[in-house]
Design a protein around this ligand. Structure first.
Ligand SMILES: NC(=O)c1ccc[n+]([C@@H]2O[C@H](COP(=O)([O-])OP(=O)(O)OC[C@H]3O[C@@H](n4cnc5c(N)ncnc54)[C@H](OP(=O)(O)O)[C@@H]3O)[C@@H](O)[C@H]2O)c1
Length: 291
């Protein structure tokens, strides 16, 4: 479909984050907008945290359709939203804001949960009989645990370098759900064969100083037959993914999650399931031509 030129009626959707300039969300959402024939653009806004309140109110006053919220603003934006859906309430953070101009309310959502579920659904994953290992206890770990609980997963093991944080996730659930979570003090002695899903929710392996080329699991683990869910998408091929692929694991990479959570945000703003075909190729093409 031919996209209109940007004109005086063109509306705006924004991404707030810091950093935000590295984000792939504009590529995804502008492609979604184009294929849906919607006269709007999606742009990133990077600013210091102390300006979040003013920027949030400003976005509403200026008539933006909505926002995506990324690190480190997800918890503070949650506090700023007038209403919150059940998932964001449970997790305490939002990644999507819809400005509802008929009610004058800013509505907060967390589509990371949906993105996680949709990414796994495509893999034929059997929720009810699976043991999952979650590495990390930050925002993406919280969303992943919440998604697994919603799908009535058999058992969740969480390992995080800071013990208090994983305990906090466990303690946020009522007793019958809490019983499904076991906190690991370390990964030594764990048999990877007992884990049907291993999900990396840490930045270990990400393309940034200090963690680049690192692995969130012991090198000696054999990943044959396991499903690896890698949250990181820069680089697309982390050491964990390369190891998993070489050893015969199935892989879900960070782009799957990114595209699926974006599709859920788009649905909230426009009530349209966006066309996801070709997006993955567009992103790979963009990443390989970056710099
Ligand atoms: N594909 C997607 O759509 C998507 C969505 C969300 C996130 N992500 C990616 O997922 C990763 C995690 O994001 P997040 O939002 O969950 O981050 P976060 O809230 O900052 O949490 C990071 C977690 O990783 C742990 N960690 C950080 N540095 C570590 C290190 N050097 N060694 C061991 N553990 C370390 C932290 O442990 P402590 O508690 O001890 O600090 C924390 O539990 C990032 O790479 C992010 O880009 C991707």
């Amino acid at each position: 479909m031919q996209q209109k030129l940007i004109n005086s009626r063109t509306r705006l959707v924004g991404l707030f984050g810091n950093p935000a300039r590295h984000s792939l969300s504009p590529i995804i959402h502008n492609a979604f907008l184009k294929s849906a024939g919607i006269d709007a653009v999606y742009l990133t806004f990077e600013f210091p945290g102390e300006n979040l309140d003013e920027a949030f109110i400003g976005a509403k006053r200026l008539g933006l359709i909505g926002l995506n919220i990324t690190m480190p603003f997800k918890e503070n934006a949650y506090k700023l939203a007038d209403t919150k859906d059940a998932r964001s309430t449970a997790i305490g953070s939002v990644n999507t804001i819809n400005f509802n101009y008929s009610t004058s309310k800013s509505e907060g959502f967390n589509t990371d949960v949906d993105g996680f579920v949709r990414s796994l659904e495509g893999s034929g994953f059997d929720w009810g009989s699976s043991n999952c290992l979650i590495l990390g206890a930050g925002g993406s770990a919280k969303s992943s645990v919440f998604a697994l609980m919603e799908k009535n997963i058999k058992k969740i093991y969480i390992y995080n370098r800071t013990a208090k944080k994983d305990e906090k996730i466990k303690n946020s659930y009522p007793i019958e759900k809490k019983m499904k979570i076991e906190i690991l003090e370390g990964l030594e002695g764990i048999d990877p064969k007992s884990m049907d899903l291993i999900c990396n929710c840490t930045p270990l392996g990400m393309d940034v100083l200090g963690v680049s080329g690192l692995m969130p699991i012991p090198d000696e683990w054999d990943l044959k037959g396991t499903l690896i869910f890698e949250m990181i998408y820069k680089p697309l091929e982390t050491r964990l993914i390369i190891k998993g692929r070489n050893e015969g694991a199935r892989i879900i990479d960070g782009l799957d999650m990114l595209i699926n959570q974006a599709a859920s945000s788009f649905k909230i703003w426009f009530d349209i399931d966006p066309e996801k075909k070709d997006i993955r190729e567009k992103l790979i093409d963009y990443l390989s031509n970056e710099n």
